[in-house]
Design a protein around this ligand. Structure first.
Ligand SMILES: NC(=O)c1ccc[n+]([C@@H]2O[C@H](COP(=O)([O-])OP(=O)(O)OC[C@H]3O[C@@H](n4cnc5c(N)ncnc54)[C@H](O)[C@@H]3O)[C@@H](O)[C@H]2O)c1
Length: 324
């Protein structure tokens, strides 16, 4: 049985608690949160022990789950790794690149498992297509959210766009060649809306738009590759593939198109989307990595790579506004 403590039981921390309670092989030891009203609600609703000292909670655990605002990630991760505890930490991995580098080094030198909460890797719409032969040459992404003061301690790049950066880095097997970006701070002191173009050495181009000041929500990624279009709707948990009809697509909805190369039959496929709870699955995978001593699916190095691109984007936006 893995003894686990949760640090931070705000909005997302409560979702984690709900899931941890249902995950076998894990015993919830207690939580630490400096906010008295949040803590009281959790103690009553979950009948879970509140620890008033973070060290005492860590010492009583084999693993910890950090769901605090980003500026607190580093100190809690550092303390836990130094005590030899396994760590699940919400995205983004840390507040600064220096912190992120420090955590990657610490984790490498230790014998613990570390996983970062890039939960879209477990989104059913992504799971439905991730094992296909994906070789996108153009990627278009829209991640739009309504304004919410939660999460605004970091820019929209580190709050929302980082989800798509992480997914794109797993899909495109090539190094980043160039980044151009523009962003505007409207409601906060950091960019609330941004458009970014990432070029890869293999010629792939990703065009990402993220906003946290939109009227409606959207989380869509469209992949264009030589033989197919793949649409992933993270919000509505649906995906679709449009491609030249092949011998295995007999049941697919199809239609003919006249092209300069003659008649082509196009197939529209809706891959089977698994019925999974993404948060539960990512936490179960963290447990499995500890139990089986296997690599975490979204490691601290993945978290670092996504942060590295996010910070390069922020530097581009900053330089553009200085030169404007
Ligand atoms: N993976 C996702 O899709 C996703 C979605 C939302 C938030 N997040 C991440 O989750 C984290 C928390 O976000 P939230 O929306 O739950 O925020 P929140 O403000 O609702 O909750 C944060 C909680 O942490 C507590 N806290 C503050 N300092 C602490 C400390 N030193 N130790 C322990 N607890 C402390 C606060 O009192 C609060 O209860 C952030 O890093 C955010 O980026 C990830």
């Amino acid at each position: 049985m893995i003894k686990l403590g949760v640090f931070g039981v705000g909005h997302l921390g409560k979702f984690h608690l709900n899931n941890w309670k249902e995950i076998s092989g894990v015993e919830l030891v207690g939580f630490y949160d400096p906010d008295d009203s949040n803590a009281q609600e959790v103690t009553e609703k979950y009948q879970l022990a509140r620890f008033l000292d973070p060290d005492t909670l860590m010492d009583a655990c084999d693993a910890i789950d950090i769901v605090t605002p980003t500026p607190f990630h580093f100190a809690i991760c550092e303390a836990a790794i130094k005590k030899g505890k396994h760590v699940f930490v919400e995205k983004p991995l840390a507040h600064t690149m220096e912190e992120a580098r420090g955590l990657v080094k610490l984790a490498k030198e230790s014998n613990i498992k570390m996983q970062v909460g890039h939960v879209e890797r477990f989104n059913p719409a992504f799971l439905a297509v991730k094992d296909l032969e994906l070789n996108p040459m153009f990627i278009e992404v829209h991640r739009l959210a309504q304004f919410n003061p939660r999460g605004t301690e970091v820019s929209v790049i580190l709050d929302l766009m980082i989800h798509d950066i992480d997914i794109i880095l797993t899909l495109v097997k090539s190094e980043v060649k160039a980044i151009s970006a523009s962003g505007v701070a409207v409601m906060t002191d950091t960019p609330d809306i941004a458009n970014v173009r990432i070029e890869f050495n293999n010629g792939c181009v990703a065009n990402l738009t993220s906003s946290r000041i939109s009227m409606k929500r959207m989380r869509k990624m469209r992949l264009f590759q030589k033989d197919a279009y793949i649409g992933i709707d993270f919000l509505n948990k649906k995906s679709e593939i449009i491609k030249l009809k092949g011998p295995r697509d007999l049941d697919a909805f199809s239609f003919d198109l006249d092209t300069p190369h003659g008649k082509r039959t196009i197939a529209i496929l809706n891959p089977q989307v698994p019925e999974v709870n993404a948060i539960k699955m990512e936490l179960e995978k963290f447990r499995d990595a500890i139990v089986n001593n296997t690599p975490a699916i979204v490691s601290e190095v993945d978290g670092y790579r996504a942060m590295d691109i996010a910070h390069q984007i922020l530097t581009k936006i900053k330089n553009a506004s200085i030169n404007a």
